[in-house]
Write a protein that binds this ligand. Structure first.
Ligand SMILES: [Zn+2]
Length: 432
């Protein structure tokens, strides 16, 4: 099911022509309305006339999260505030929040791209969509909400939290599509079991999960426990929010809404543009946005692009599932460690629930990595010898996957804090 076939199945040539046209327009707008971009372009010796087609994208300057923080709160906005109808902001746990603004047209575009994602998951006006992403300054809740209304579905704007109530309404209202973070989906599955509600009492069919990286193993776990198809949705508030890209039912990469968000893959160190299929950092230029258009925004997400048409009939480029971020990477004793690597290993070992947290500490100038991981109840009730062999198994598997020493501590079920939003996987106690 394709929401907007005239765009989603456009030929590559036609799409590039369209992107080039929009790029020229956005460059004009930021050059004349945003001092930050005018200065940056002038330093590179560029004027809007130097940008003729999408091929010229690589001449333009990059934008980073730090740029947004330094121009806090509205320094990169390209329209007067009376045209801004909505503000969202990142949680800003470290330093200033990142503030994003939308015009009325930006909100329409956002609804359109989320509608495309939902249609890709075969959601229709007949569906009951439970939006369990947080509502508020976070873009998750309202982003899904507007898209779900656009396709004409019945929306349950329950937001995150109140887990037992979520399940009660899911059963009573007959929810067919669930949207939340993948870690919260697992928490909901656990709670369902605890409440003694049979899967057959639910009409749930599909889940649209995002806002944090999750592995194929976690997908299997969610699908088995909830008895649904789980799809990955991608987005970030700086670009628009959820809906920048989403999997179709082929589940062979996430289709990027390229007519609005032009992707590039760069080498995060040299900043060179890499060819199709090469892994690197994902960069977006928001060619149609009015409130906060960004040129070559560095997402820090590591992935690769596949430009080949998809079995679903869409021609929009697909990004490989994002499993790592260049800034989530932990450097421990000089070795790069991604939390997602740990998750993959844990999921390979049956019986180890994917609830874990990594603790990094520094003692006598030496980094120590400790994994706290929950074990299944049936394992914990067994004898001590068996527990020890479990620990050894996890320990061995992790050391060979990561290439560094790690301390493994098995903990009792439900001792690791559950998240109703993005799961916290790393506690870094080092004073770096
Ligand atoms: Zn597809």
């Amino acid at each position: 099911m394709i929401w907007n076939p005239s765009i989603e199945s456009l030929s590559r040539d036609e799409l590039c022509f369209r992107q080039g046209h929009e790029l020229r327009s956005v460059v004009e707008r930021v050059y004349h309305n945003v001092a930050f971009y005018r200065d940056k372009m002038q330093r590179l010796g560029l004027t809007p006339d130097d940008i003729r087609s999408i091929e010229d994208l690589k001449k333009l300057p990059f934008t980073t999260k730090e740029d947004l923080r330094e121009t806090y709160p509205f320094g990169l906005f390209a329209v007067p505030m009376d045209q801004i109808v909505r503000l969202h902001a990142s949680s800003g746990t470290t330093g200033r929040a990142t503030v994003v603004g939308y015009t009325r047209r930006d909100i329409q575009i956002w609804s359109e791209v989320v509608a495309r994602c939902l249609a890709g998951a075969h959601a229709t006006s007949k569906d009951m969509i439970q939006v369990a992403y947080g509502y508020g300054l976070f873009t998750g809740g309202l982003g899904l909400h507007y898209g779900a209304e656009k396709i004409g579905a019945s929306v349950i704007p329950i937001s995150g939290g109140n887990t037992r109530r979520q399940i009660q309404l899911m059963r009573d209202f007959g929810t067919t599509v669930l949207a939340c973070t993948p870690s919260y989906a697992l928490y909901l599955a656990e709670t369902l079991q605890e409440m003694g509600i049979a899967r057959s009492e639910l009409k749930l069919r599909t889940g649209i999960f995002g806002a944090e990286p999750w592995t194929e193993g976690m997908r299997r776990e969610i699908e088995e426990r909830l008895g649904i198809k789980a799809l990955d949705i991608y987005g970030l508030s700086e670009v628009i929010g959820p809906g920048v890209a989403c999997e179709c039912l082929e589940r062979n990469g996430l289709h990027i809404q390229e007519d609005h968000f032009v992707p590039e893959i760069i080498d995060p160190t040299t900043l060179e543009v890499l060819g199709p299929g090469m892994p690197g950092e994902l960069v977006f230029t928001t060619v149609t946005k009015e409130g906060l258009p960004l040129l070559r925004y560095r997402t820090r997400d590591l992935t690769r692009l596949d430009m080949a048409p998809c079995g679903c009939g869409r021609t929009l480029a697909r990004m490989h599932k994002c499993l790592a971020r260049s800034d989530d990477m932990l450097i421990i004793r000089g070795v790069n460690v991604f939390p997602s690597q740990v998750e993959s290993v844990l999921l390979e070992i049956a019986g180890v629930a994917p609830h874990y947290v990594l603790v990094v500490d520094r003692e006598h100038n030496l980094d120590n990595l400790t994994l706290m991981v929950e074990v299944d109840e049936h394992v914990i009730s067994d004898n001590v010898g068996q527990l020890e062999s479990w620990t050894a198994k996890v320990h061995h598997a992790l050391e060979s996957a990561l290439g560094i020493g790690i301390v493994v501590k098995l903990v009792e079920p439900r001792t690791i804090e559950r998240s109703e939003g993005k799961a916290k996987r790393v506690i870094d106690k080092r004073k770096l």
